[in-house]
Design a protein around this ligand. Structure first.
Ligand code: AHR
Length: 519
């Protein structure tokens, strides 16, 4: 059993073959195929999501101008800096389920005059609308991210949507642009991405795909000024949703640039038994990774359906909610979805990002849920303190893939078997930019280092540098008032180049290898 090996071959033609072959133990191979490289990894694959949920917006991003916490116009200075250091390309807002309860005119004008609403989905707390359209778009400008605005379809009107797009994007003199000017903004904002509803199969209206496809076409018809419209897509493996949406919008592709997909990794047996973010054993680790690897099957499945209606791949698959969903931290509001973040979360983030890279011919954007203090957050805050999570460091390490040319890879990996359940030990993706090849590799096995032979047949290269994220235990995490347990460390690469070029991946590690081509 030990010498059974996985072989994944990924080509630019979306070919994935799964082969089992027999080779001696410990010879993991990563074969790069620069001759097949043709697709760019859109930087938006490294996107984020911020919902009016728990302490994501209030406390996490926005504390108000009068807060003792250092801020710029009410936005936390420490959070702005951390996000800029990570190169955040795009930010989705205001939800999530919240989006389909949100009426944008409640969130403009003098703050003291903005009406309050109840945040019915997330703890029933009062939402005072002090963070609205101007604040969101101001924040995006501060952090250098493209905004992605999710429009209310479930409880909103077509006119409301149409006016919101006009308010944000129009340069003409109109009732909406005059209102914008009255609220202090003359020029339109540069907003490309608009989503038409969220999870319209669930919290966004419990619609059938047939009904929603018509509603989508109606809303999209009146969003003049929106360049990139994203339809609310499937929940995980719901192939029928994608089939119906693609079929019913196939003659309206001029108004459909993206179709979303939501898939969360829920480590436990069920949504009511998700399991602790921190206290888990190897069985939970293995199960979490196995469920995360399902993302690749989902992308392949939905892409195949999309290919039938859109063979030229004009419509992007937008994975605008993904990540680990654990139990909330004990003692916190169950409606706030606050969870800690360990090396396990770093590993699943790395695996998901490798998958998105490898399928960048169809995946044009992805948004981890969520940016601060909610679900698999990259940043946790408590009062004036801030923690960068292991997931943050994966995004920071992987940012070199943004806008790079994806290099297809063949991954030959030994098995990582636990209680008879098998996943590969090694996971990887590669890209090139400015004469440097960037390879990101994971050793999913928490108990065993692995040797990986890197094969890059066509070109000469010299090792540029390497870096690593790994910890002593699977449960390592960063916490308030403690020195960081996990961050990015230098990783010494073997020199000089010998054929075969072999690197040793420590157990439970995420590694970046950078090779200079033609050296
Ligand atoms: O991210 C939390 C919630 O998960 C979102 O509001 C919703 O879209 C999804 O079900």
């Amino acid at each position: 059993m030990k010498n059974k090996r996985f072989v994944f071959r990924i080509s630019g033609l979306l070919l994935l073959s799964f082969t089992l072959c027999r080779q001696s133990e410990g010879q993991n191979r990563l074969i790069l195929h620069p001759e097949l490289a043709k697709d760019t990894i859109q930087k938006e694959i490294y996107g984020h999501f911020a919902e009016h949920l728990g302490r994501c917006i209030y406390g996490g991003i926005y504390v108000g101008e009068n807060s003792p916490i250092p801020n710029i116009r009410g936005f936390r200075t420490d959070v702005i800096q951390a996000l800029k250091d990570m190169d955040i390309p795009v930010l989705r807002w205001p939800g999530g389920c919240f989006a389909d309860t949100y009426h944008w005119k409640d969130g403009i004008g003098p703050r003291a005059e903005r009406p309050s609403i109840i945040n019915v989905h997330w703890g029933g707390v009062t939402e005072d609308n002090s963070f609205g359209t101007h604040e969101f778009l101001d924040f995006c400008e501060l952090i250098g991210a493209e905004p992605y605005v999710n429009i209310n379809v479930g409880s909103g009107l077509v006119r409301e949507a149409s006016e919101w797009v006009e308010y944000i994007t129009s340069e003409n003199d109109s009732p909406m642009t005059r209102l914008r000017l009255q609220n202090g903004r003359d020029k339109p904002w540069n907003v490309k991405y608009f989503g038409i509803g969220n999870e319209t199969w669930g919290c966004g209206g419990n619609m059938s795909p047939e009904y929603y496809a018509d509603v989508y076409r109606q809303f999209a018809s009146f969003c003049f000024g929106a360049d990139y419209l994203i339809a609310s897509g499937a929940n995980a493996g719901d192939a029928r949703w994608t089939e119906v949406l693609m079929e019913k919008t196939q003659y309206h592709q001029w108004m459909t640039q993206g179709l979303s997909l939501h898939y969360y990794t829920v480590p436990g047996e069920s949504w009511s038994q998700k399991g602790s973010a921190i206290q888990f054993n190897e069985k939970d680790w293995h199960a979490t990774l196995k469920k995360t690897l399902r993302m690749e099957q989902l992308i392949i499945k939905h892409s195949e359906i999309m290919d039938k209606f859109d063979p030229d791949r004009n419509v992007g698959l937008i994975v605008d909610e993904w990540g680990n969903w654990h139990d909330v931290e004990p003692g916190t509001n169950p409606g706030f979805l606050y969870q800690q973040n360990t090396l396990r979360d770093a590993m699943t983030a790395a695996v998901n990002l490798n998958i998105f890279n490898r399928h960048c011919e169809r995946v044009k954007m992805a948004n981890i849920a969520q940016m601060v203090n909610v679900l698999q957050a990259v940043i946790l805050t408590r009062d004036d303190q801030l923690v960068l999570t292991p997931t943050y460091y994966v995004f920071k390490m992987y940012r070199i893939h943004q806008g790079a040319l994806m290099i297809p890879v063949t991954v030959e990996s030994e098995d990582y078997i636990l209680d008879g359940d098998t996943i590969p030990s090694m996971h990887a993706s590669a890209s090139s930019k400015d004469g440097v090849v960037n390879i990101t590799l994971c050793n999913l096995n928490p108990g065993k280092p692995i040797s990986v032979e890197i094969e890059y047949s066509e070109l000469d290269f010299i090792p540029a540098d390497g870096s690593i994220i790994h910890g002593e235990t699977m449960n390592d995490h960063n916490d308030f008032g403690q020195p960081e347990a996990l961050n990015i460390q230098p990783f010494a690469l073997p020199q000089p180049i010998r054929s075969p070029y072999v690197i040793e991946l420590p157990a439970k590690s995420v590694v970046l290898v950078r090779l200079t081509v033609g050296g």
